[in-house]
Design a binder for this molecule. Structure first.
Ligand SMILES: Cc1ncc(COP(=O)(O)O)c(C=O)c1O
Length: 328
């Protein structure tokens, strides 16, 4: 729609019409949205809105996390809530309600969506009330839950593998890297840079020359010695998928793997790996077959990526202690 250069003052029903027209121009798959500011759940995407002066919008002062709905259950929500609450603390955000209440609101919003598979993203914002830097006096923290179709990646990532590059953007300093803040500028830039180079994603490297992570996923390696190595979590986001996978991978020791280590991984060592893996809630586990235009291993998806993906997919459907039933 062209920008209105001679704008007039709109009535509330005209605003609603415009919000609906916006959604018609760009169809989205957002199925249900809870907002503490609205005090309820909406299913019309045009109504999934925030006040523009919420600090999360104009200062990036908010945190978020994403969990999966798998076959009518929420997977590993407690691990995601651990990270969410930790990120809120680092960001000096007040929890809008108790953790158990947030969990309950997430599950209820999932139920309202009626969907048995999808993604749940939820946010804490520092709230509206000023355009200043520190939150407004008396600002009420907001809590929001979105049930949506999730990020979809090409099946070829699994069957043929991905191609990545070392990003030219600096890695976030550790405090910000371990915090899942809504300030994702470096994460956006790394992905745009890779796409513009005709590649699938980028890799951050830290100042000491050790591997960090990708845009919104972790990376790990299988060395020529058969050891699965993952970067330490003190300078990258602690991926819930990686943490779970490292546990599951220990079950492969003595068969497909010689060991599992969380350690610093110098780039030179990483490049000599037999397999390189991309790991995250949405991608699960995918093989990276090329890094900076050079093959990893023999340049083809390897057996560990495949085995770990299968382990994770099984876990997502069968780990009773990590699944919450959604009361549709
Ligand atoms: C920067 C970053 N690293 C890693 C991950 C992987 O985390 P998870 O496995 O919890 O999806 C994410 C996704 O949230 C991320 O944004």
């Amino acid at each position: 729609m062209p920008i209105a250069l001679t704008p007039r003052i709109l009535q509330a029903d005209e605003v609603l019409d415009q919000l609906r027209a916006l959604r018609r121009r760009q169809a989205v798959r957002y199925w249900a949205f809870y907002s503490s500011q609205l005090g309820g759940i909406v299913t019309d995407p045009a109504l999934m809105v925030l006040p523009f002066d919420d600090h999360m919008v104009h200062r990036g002062h908010g945190v978020f996390d994403t969990a999966a709905i798998v076959d009518g259950k929420v997977y590993d929500l407690e691990a995601h809530l651990d990270r969410f609450v930790r990120s809120a603390r680092t960001s000096r955000l007040t929890l809008p309600c108790a953790r158990a209440e947030m969990r309950d609101l997430i599950v209820r919003t999932a139920a309202a969506s009626g969907k048995r598979d999808g993604s749940i993203r939820y946010w804490i914002s520092s709230g509206p009330g000023s355009l200043g830097l520190a939150p407004a006096a008396g600002a009420e923290p907001g809590f929001f839950v979105m049930i949506f179709a999730g990020l979809a990646y090409p099946e070829a990532w699994h069957t043929h593998g991905l191609r990545v590059m070392t990003t030219t953007y600096p890695i976030k300093p550790p405090l910000y890297a371990v915090t899942k803040s809504t300030n994702y500028l470096p994460n956006v830039l790394i992905q745009m840079e890779a796409q513009e180079a005709g590649l699938d994603n980028g890799v951050f490297v830290d100042g000491a020359g050790n591997v960090g992570e990708s845009s919104n996923m972790n990376v790990a390696f299988v060395g020529e010695d058969g050891v699965l190595r993952h970067p330490k979590f003190d300078h990258i986001l602690s991926g819930c998928t990686s943490l779970r996978l490292l546990d599951l991978a220990r079950g492969l020791e003595g068969r497909l793997l010689r060991g599992v280590q969380v350690c610093d991984i110098p780039v030179a060592e990483a490049r000599a790996a037999r397999e390189m893996l991309l790991i995250g809630s949405s991608v699960k586990v995918a093989p990276i077959v090329e890094w900076d235009r050079k093959p990893i291993g023999d340049g083809r998806p390897g057996p560990i990526a495949q085995a770990l993906r299968e382990l994770l997919e099984r876990d997502m459907r069968s780990a009773r202690d990590r699944l919450i039933d959604i009361p549709y």
